[in-house]
Design a protein around this ligand. Structure first.
Ligand code: DGP
Length: 113
């Protein structure tokens, strides 16, 4: 797997509006937001997509969800947000470094598009 744009953000070679960081994960604003709050939660480990994750990634994947909840609480949006993971080009994944979209402060409908 070659370096993606997200790896460059992790390495601080590219700027991003980072709102949370720890040793395993990074959260920053999406450059092309679809809602007033649109964040990307990513592991620092290179995993192309969720279907490539392995058993050894179990704790890391759990950590990403806990970070999502923590960031949502910090932003005061803990009662209404949506997490989205696009897996593969056929599901509109465009950056092949696993990421969770956190979207909030807009109207939601179901089923999603
Ligand atoms: P996806 O389609 O699920 O692969 O989402 C990739 C998202 O990444 C998309 O919503 C736009 C965002 N994105 C792409 N390039 C950059 C970048 O250089 N900086 C930031 N902050 N976001 C980016």
């Amino acid at each position: 797997m070659g370096d993606t744009i997200f790896q460059k953000i992790i390495d601080k070679e590219l700027p991003a509006d980072i709102i949370y960081e720890d040793d395993k994960s990074l959260v920053f604003k999406d450059i092309n937001p679809v809602a007033p709050t649109h964040l990307l939660i990513i592991p620092k480990k290179q995993i192309e997509k969720i279907s490539d994750a392995q058993k050894e990634d179990q704790d890391l994947l759990g950590h990403l969800f806990l970070v999502a909840g923590e960031v949502a609480r910090q932003l005061g949006i803990q009662d209404a947000f949506r997490l989205v993971v696009n897996n593969g080009a056929g599901a509109q994944q465009t950056v092949f470094h696993l990421h969770i979209h956190l979207i909030a402060e807009r109207d939601f409908s179901w089923p999603p598009g």
